[in-house]
Design a protein around this ligand. Structure first.
Ligand code: HEC
Length: 123
């Protein structure tokens, strides 16, 4: 039997633990729960890493559907857009990030992947 006095602190820890878990889920993984990205498991393994950089860098200020549904297919436009986005104040995008991001966007635009195939939930 647990005396009354001991039940309380245990419950308090549970509340704290779930609060921490919640904060980690929300803050630690900003793209969790968003349904506008692609299903990573449907991407070829060599593209997944590039996609991860893109998904992280390009979802900060707007949803990923912004670039994914922009209809842009020319590499030259992507180069210009990614540079423009990188120059936005506080973009968090470095010059090194441009390489994997552009590689992913080229892959995506080249139509090797149709949007509907990879849409999360197969919408
Ligand atoms: C610092 C914030 C920020 C980040 C990070 C960012 N963007 Fe944007 N992006 C914007 C803003 C603000 C707009 C809206 C500009 C406008 O409507 O004129 C925009 C618009 C866009 C558009 C739509 C342009 C149009 O004409 O409709 C595309 C495509 C785009 N971003 C791609 C990207 C890509 C790709 C990345 C990652 C490399 C990225 N963005 C990262 C701020 C950002």
């Amino acid at each position: 039997m647990i005396p009354d006095g001991r039940a309380r602190p245990v419950r308090a820890w549970l509340v704290i633990a779930s609060a921490v878990a919640f904060v980690l889920a929300v803050v630690g993984c900003p793209s969790a729960g968003r349904d506008d990205g692609l299903d990573v498991t449907k991407l070829p393994s060599d593209v997944q890493g590039d996609y991860a950089v893109f998904a992280q860098r390009c979802s900060k200020c707007h949803s990923l559907s912004r670039p994914l549904e922009s209809g842009i297919t020319e590499d030259a436009y992507w180069v210009a857009y990614v540079a423009k986005m990188r120059r936005q104040p506080g973009s968090g995008i470095s010059r090194q990030d441009e390489v994997p991001i552009l590689r992913f966007l080229h892959y995506y635009s080249a139509g090797q992947l149709t949007r509907d195939d990879a849409k999360e939930g197969g919408r």
